[in-house]
Design a protein around this ligand. Structure first.
Ligand SMILES: Cc1ncc(COP(=O)(O)O)c(C=O)c1O
Length: 307
């Protein structure tokens, strides 16, 4: 079963190749040891044509992830930005998810990745609302995972490395098999960290909070956008830890992420969250949707038009 509709072209190591020709060898080093860094970016239709949301910030995070892993990319910031633009143009589909990835390629086996060449690819494909359109309306059901979020003493959570997502996949599968939509992971100190592929926010008495970067999270670019929206909405915001039980007693809870957008959580482990109305989450979601679709001029500087 292949869920991804093939488009025309994929950018691989500096050139656009046909979709079916973007292949790797089974001895690709990164496939065996998880030594790959990647990004998730979205491009949307706007009144001025397709636009990539916060491309420079995603490219910077991509380059920083590579730096943490001492991965020397044979392309610079401008070339990666241009690769993203080129692949969207070449495929001619305005609403897509972009996945830049850098990985240790086919060279040597063994744990030292520096003996294998670094390969870079950028692919875009159609990907709808990650947790479903119904989730955005009604809110989704989440469970606190029995898996602990990776810790910066073992795998740095702020570097978006493929290996991190084995931890995310364990939490995600556990949540799905228990009948929930998504997981919430606690960190090594027992406080809330994030979802498997989303940051998390809590609203209590009109104060909005999210765990700080030091709590073992990925510094989400959607999280950063929402922090700006909170300022613009004149809402009180705190970067602060919260506990598992404080999830249950929240007035509102929501995830943020490029894949998920701004996604309300209506239940955690059988406890309904708040009244089931999400006035603040809805306002933030509306602003986010307005920003990504180019309807709000105050956020237009976040758009990279591809035409
Ligand atoms: C572990 C994790 N946390 C948070 C996020 C949200 O980050 P962003 O808003 O940049 O997509 C992601 C998605 O990339 C993620 O994988």
């Amino acid at each position: 079963m292949v869920g991804i509709r093939p488009l025309k072209k994929i950018w691989v190591d500096g050139r656009l190749v046909d979709w079916d020709d973007a292949r790797v060898h089974v001895l690709t080093h990164g496939l065996h040891y998880g030594y790959a860094v990647f990004e998730g970016i979205r491009c949307h239709e706007t009144p001025k044509g397709p636009a990539i949301f916060r491309l420079p910030e995603h490219t910077d995070r991509f380059l920083n992830s590579a730096k943490v892993y001492r991965m020397k990319l044979p392309f610079d910031r401008e070339e990666i930005n241009q690769a993203c633009i080129d692949v969207v143009r070449a495929n001619g589909v305005p609403t897509t998810y972009l996945r830049p990835i850098a990985f240790s390629g086919y060279g040597e086996m063994g744990l030292d990745p520096t003996k294998s060449p670094v390969q870079v690819a950028v692919v875009n494909f159609e990907w709808g609302a990650y947790l479903g359109d119904a989730g955005a309306e009604k809110g989704i059901r989440a469970t606190v995972s029995s898996w602990m979020r990776i810790d910066s003493r073992s795998l740095p959570p702020q570097a978006k490395c493929a290996a991190n997502y084995a931890n995310s996949a364990l939490a995600k599968m556990e949540a799905i098999s228990a009948g929930y939509d998504e997981a919430i992971l606690l960190n090594s100190t027992g406080v809330v960290a994030e979802g498997p592929g989303e940051n998390i926010f809590r609203v209590i008495k009109d104060v909005v909070s999210t765990p700080p970067a030091s709590s073992g999270i990925l510094r989400g670019i959607t999280r950063d956008s929402v922090i700006r929206f909170l300022k613009d909405e004149h809402l009180t915001f705190q970067r602060t830890d919260f506990t598992r039980e404080e999830l249950f007693t929240s007035d509102e809870l929501f995830y943020t992420g490029t894949a998920a957008g701004v996604m309300p959580i209506r239940e955690v482990d059988g406890r309904p969250i708040g009244t089931g109305n999400y006035p603040i989450t809805k306002r933030l979601r509306q602003r986010y949707e307005g920003a990504i679709h180019g309807r709000l001029p105050e956020y237009e500087s976040w758009l990279t038009y591809v035409r």
